[in-house]
Design a protein around this ligand. Structure first.
Ligand SMILES: NC(=O)c1ccc[n+]([C@@H]2O[C@H](COP(=O)([O-])OP(=O)(O)OC[C@H]3O[C@@H](n4cnc5c(N)ncnc54)[C@H](OP(=O)(O)O)[C@@H]3O)[C@@H](O)[C@H]2O)c1
Length: 351
């Protein structure tokens, strides 16, 4: 019986996967994408999707060996799966260490020198959702730096190139932030001052989780504020934020393992029952980065339809959903932007 239930579940997932894959459009070889943290997990599968559709993709990660191994694996799959004459993409390592915003600024600046266009930016990498977390030498919380502040710096540094690409004929530039449905548990009064982004919620497992969730709320506030800024300039860039679902990645299994006594049991027996594969988990990211409906909606003559995906929050698979009222709060979006600029001025990343 379990065998049959398992087979049915796999068949349903395969049909869902096929339907979802059909919603991801081919991108031509000249399209360039950059995905942070793509050496494993959701980022890896997102890169695989985009390269399969013909994009030149940069795997922005910190460890060369891990990156090159992942690239070899993806390229082998690309060659195996592509049909005769089909446009294959390519994957390239781009060194990016997100724990230091200064090095992110340097890396981004180097990218501007070496690439002529950037069509898709996926801010995917994240610090694991378990502590202990610590303040870095700049007095900033490590998990907030990796998950939000460095992605903010990367995006700002790459914006001139993204805008230039958006001005080209037939371009469709997208910026995608990975967040989490768990952001809904955060109810901050304000994001004024450094303490608001350094806020820790205690040294328990749930406290660590809340501290991580604060960074995932920041990912949405960032993205929505960015869309407002870009719209004010008529930049023609679509910003989207994604909750990928519950996905069986090293980040999640590491979290389970951090739980005393029951961690091993949860990781080994419970996690496989409700966590989906990397590939399934990457579908909403791939859709945000290259979904056909988004391209079609951008061209609509109807204003509401044209704006449908601007600043949208997507949940699996590729559905527009409502984030929390806090995530939509324009005051919090503005406060976070101003506080971020303030701390980046303090550490000399912006003047
Ligand atoms: N998995 C889920 O169920 C789930 C649920 C909700 C939201 N999300 C979000 O989805 C995104 C992807 O999650 P995932 O589970 O696929 O992640 P993951 O498997 O834990 O991988 C994290 C990635 O981030 C990279 N990274 C971590 N610290 C870094 C640093 N300082 N500099 C550069 N890269 C760094 C890691 O590189 P190394 O290999 O070098 O460490 C790795 O490539 C995250 O934003 C996460 O918050 C995931």
């Amino acid at each position: 019986m379990f065998y049959n239930v398992g087979r049915c579940t796999i068949q349903v997932l395969e049909v869902t996967n096929q339907k979802a894959q059909a919603r991801i459009m081919p991108v031509t070889g000249i399209h360039v994408a950059l995905v942070t943290g793509g050496n494993t997990g959701i980022g890896y599968a997102t890169i695989e999707f985009l390269a399969q559709k013909g994009a030149k993709v940069y795997m922005a990660s910190r460890n060369e060996e891990k990156a090159q191994n992942a690239i070899k694996e993806i390229e082998a799959k690309l060659w195996k799966s592509s049909g005769e004459g089909e446009n294959k993409g390519s994957v390239h390592w781009f060194k990016l260490e997100l724990s230091d915003p200064r090095s992110v600024k340097e890396a981004g600046t180097e990218f501007l020198v070496n690439e002529e266009r950037l069509d898709i930016l996926v801010n995917n990498a994240s610090h694991a959702a378990f502590g202990p977390y610590k303040l870095n030498e700049d007095g900033l919380l490590d998990v907030m730096v990796v998950n939000y502040i460095s992605h903010f710096v990367l995006t700002e540094t790459l914006l001139p190139l993204l805008k230039r690409t958006a001005a080209l004929e037939n371009s469709d530039v997208r910026i995608v932030n990975l967040s989490s449905v768990s952001h809904t548990l955060m109810k901050p009064d304000s994001f004024v001052g450094k303490d608001s982004i350094n806020k820790q919620y205690g040294d328990s497992i749930s406290g660590h989780l809340h501290t991580y969730e604060n960074t995932k709320l920041a990912n949405i506030l960032h993205l929505k504020h960015l869309q407002t800024r870009l719209n004010a300039e008529s930049a023609g860039i679509t910003c989207l934020v994604v909750h990928p679902g519950a996905v069986m990645t090293v980040g999640v299994t590491g979290f389970f393992q951090s739980i005393p006594f029951v961690g091993w049991f949860l990781k080994t027996f419970l996690a496989p029952l409700f966590l989906v594969s990397w590939k399934q988990g990457a579908m909403t990211s791939a859709f945000a980065a290259a979904g056909k409906e988004i391209a079609a909606s951008r061209k609509s003559t109807d204003e509401a339809e044209r704006k449908k995906y601007e600043g949208a929050y997507l949940t699996p698979i590729a559905n527009i959903s409502e984030p929390s009222t806090y995530a939509k709060d324009e005051r919090l979006q503005r406060e976070l932007y101003e506080t971020t600029m303030e701390v980046l001025r303090e550490v000399g990343v912006v003047s």
